[in-house]
Design a binder for this molecule. Sequence first.
Ligand code: GDP
Length: 397
Amino acid sequence: MRTVNPLTAVRNLGILAHVDAGKTTVTERILYLTGATHKRGEVHNGTTVTDFDPQERDRGITIFAAAVSCDWDGHRLNLIDTPGHVDFSDEVERSLRVLDGAVAVFDAVAGVEPQSESVWRRADRHGVPRIAFVNKLDRAGADLDAAVDSLRERLHTVPLVVQAPIGREDGFTGVVDLLRMRALVWPDGQGTYAEGSVPDGLREEALRRRRALEEAVAELHPAALEEFCERSALSEATLRSALRELTLSGGGVVVLCGSAYRNRGIEPLLEAVVDYLPSPLDVPAVREAADPAAPFAALVFKVNVTASGRLTHLRVYEGTIRKGDAVLDTRAGRTERIGRILRVQADRHVDVDAAVAGDIVAVAGVKSAAAGATLCAPGAPLVLEPPSAAAPVVFVA
Ligand code: GDP
């Protein structure tokens, strides 16, 4: 039997985007690639898996944040879908409270748009580490460098571009991975890339971009600067660890690119999620509370009604929750019993016996708890307060 992933192999992440940038398509492609869905969802025919609410389908926008689990390369990814529309800012706020990291999706033609700015600033306030995915590189007028400039100018970040596109617009076929200096090309209609050496015509550009990446990293990261001064170059290993530290500290933002619609660039995006975004143990509130024997505490971030009944989606911040446990809803002052614990996958719910601090699950049997409520061990009542940038979650006794 498979053992439960250790928390170092968990990524609780959100996908943040302006409406239409391609968040739904990126999510679908991730679920498809990770095997969580077996048919490829398409946005235009209303069969996508994450947009399951009829109202949502009608409006063509993602209203309700859904959490979906999938496995990738020995890691569990809990994808917390966040609404891109400003009307649903409370939902955005709640989902930002439960994620450890995010992928911000941008349109390669439009670059940074007004809603991306407001979601970005909120993510800053919540101290959510991010990587960026510049999507739609296949579109006429797509321009990675212009999109990267808009990240720098409008979001005041330091973009750290780790890929170079191969081909433009309709002829966009893949990327050069600037860390490994390898070409990744997606044959039409396939989700997996063929890896090869950098095409001759692109070598000079790829070297120039690699150099620019090394210089930008050296400028931001003391250990990298030391190596850069000594060898006037940075190794792949140094780049990788410096990029991770810069992502976690918010000192810079790793930028990848692709075309979700054409299934190009999704696997490197997943590799970057695993490489650069934090596990729950990198988040102070969980690191300190990772003792599974500690009293249980969790934050409810979404409630919905599905074929499995009323589901209460929660992030466990402390201790362990087991099937049959009694929990106190501190806001309602009610004690409830956990009927089932479910891992929500794209096309099914999987029963689990327990969940520990850092994990995201849905529970059935809880009748009263609303989004924003704290569920905790009846003998150790507390309220999980909205996090500040400095301390992701504070416990108030
Ligand atoms: P969301 O509103 O951010 O969830 O965006 P969607 O995923 O619904 O995408 C908005 C529109 O852009 C849909 O018509 C998609 O088919 C289209 N789209 C998404 N990704 C790409 C892409 O990589 N290239 C192109 N050309 N279109 C895309």
